[in-house]
Write a protein that binds this ligand. Structure first.
Ligand code: HEM
Length: 402
């Protein structure tokens, strides 16, 4: 599959100067998404020479049709990054993809994850007790990081040395997923560090025996994957296993702090927590957009995407599309949007979704019996090309016994 080509689109193709990667739009993208949605099922982004798919129906169609919308030349918005990850689970098609996905998805199946469940719930209770006692803390760095860093990083099995850099690497990796703007360019050196770590530390003898990453090496030794894609395959775990869930948890606290009546509903009936988790992921989709290359000319409800064109698939916009979700900007813990696409859908749907949901549900359960209300003291958004979340989110809690 070729890299994206340069195109000039005809005057009938909806086209827009909107830059979804401008700082102010990354901070608050909803108006821009709505304008793009109202313009058509696919809109040419003049600044980037790529299509934007922002309507729910367009996003789901593209994600489900992997023969028309290819991942094999990468799902990022620039060629250097696409070259780095080419050949891993995320960036492959057809039988290659199925073979790799069988390897990487194996330890993340719900039945296998059961082994981690009690540890996740116990750690959630511990961190909730500790932080409620502290009363004021940073939900982004002290609360949201604990389960991913203490449990998931361990299950992935990376050596302790260098692990503390993983959050910085993952965050900068998601900047590199965007178009080649300054934010992406500045992040490439940090990504180089991550790839070096994957190539030199994620190797037999340094990885925890029996861990998920060690399982990838077993598969390579059995001939199920090529040795030369090993570092890129490691990124299937190193990249999304921590920062995505951390962003989702931080956004959840922010939403509950701003909507105390929704938190009260959760406390009154904790059985609605799984529904609330879906609603958090819908409202504040942690990964806002990946891309695909059109493998052939494709008619998207009257707009033609020519073969070789790149289309950005905005999961975050689809999740706020008024055509699909009535009153889309209202946070409603009872809505239970099972059809939200924060984890994608179709053949590349996230393999980590059960784990991410398990972590979120465990944490909100622990907090629901301990916290009456969250108050935001300070919030600093993380302006990132792909990730949506917070750098800092200082909250004070009213504890149950206060
Ligand atoms: C809230 C947390 C998470 C979110 C929002 C998220 C989001 C996504 C999305 C949107 C995709 C689809 C990509 C596409 O269609 O091109 C995806 C795929 C993937 N995710 Fe996640 N993810 C999360 C957690 C995780 C975790 C915890 C892991 C691993 C431990 C993980 C590993 C992967 C992998 C390997 C793929 C590629 C699957 C494939 O191409 O077949 N993710 N994720």
């Amino acid at each position: 599959m070729r890299d994206a080509q340069l195109f000039i689109v005809d005057h009938e193709t909806p086209s827009s100067p909107i830059d979804p990667y401008a700082d102010e739009i990354l901070a608050d993208p909803w108006d821009a998404y709505e304008k793009l949605q109202d313009m058509g099922p696919a809109v040419w982004l003049e600044k980037y020479g790529m299509f934007a798919l922002t309507r729910y129906d367009s996003v789901v169609r593209a994600l489900k049709d992997a023969t028309a919308f290819s991942s094999a030349s990468g799902v990022m918005m620039n060629d250097p990054m696409n070259a780095i990850l080419r050949g891993n689970t995320l960036c492959s098609d057809g039988s290659d993809h199925q073979r790799l996905r069988r390897i990487t998805a194996k330890p993340l199946a719900p039945t296998v994850l059961n082994a981690l469940k009690s540890e996740i719930y116990a750690t959630a209770v511990n961190v909730a007790d500790r932080l409620v006692e502290k009363k004021t803390f940073c939900a982004a760095t002290e609360l949201a990081t604990v389960l991913p860093v203490e449990i998931v990083a361990n299950a992935v099995g990376l050596p302790l040395q260098g692990r503390e850099r993983m959050l910085v690497w993952a965050e900068q990796m998601y900047n590199c997923f965007g178009p080649l703007n300054d934010r992406a360019r500045d992040a490439f050196p940090v990504l180089g560090e991550m790839m070096h770590y994957a190539a030199t530390q994620a190797v037999r003898g340094k990885l925890k025996p029996g861990s998920w990453a060690d399982g990838i090496i077993d598969a390579v030794e059995r001939g199920e994957a090529d040795q030369d894609v090993l570092p890129a395959l490691m990124i299937d775990y190193l990249g999304p296993s921590l920062e995505t869930t951390i962003s989702a948890i931080g956004s959840g606290i922010w939403l509950f702090a701003r909507n105390p009546e929704e938190w009260r509903k959760v406390r009154d009936d904790p059985s609605c927590i799984p529904s609330a988790v879906n609603e958090i992921l819908r409202m504040e989709t942690p990964l806002q957009g990946y891309s695909r290359l059109a493998a052939r000319d494709y008619d998207m409800d009257g707009v033609t995407l020519p073969a070789g064109a790149r289309a950005i698939i905005f999961f975050g916009a689809a999740n706020r599309d008024k055509r699909r979700f009535p009153d889309p900007h209202r946070f409603d813990v009872m809505r239970n949007p099972m059809d939200q696409v924060a984890f994608g859908t179709g053949p590349h749907a996230c393999i980590g979704l059960h784990l991410a949901k398990l972590e979120m549900v465990a944490l909100f359960f622990a907090l629901a019996t301990r916290v009456k209300q969250f108050h935001i003291e300070e919030e600093v958004r993380n302006i990132n090309n792909t990730l949506r979340g917070f750098k800092r989110l200082i909250v004070t809690v009213d504890a149950d016994d206060s």
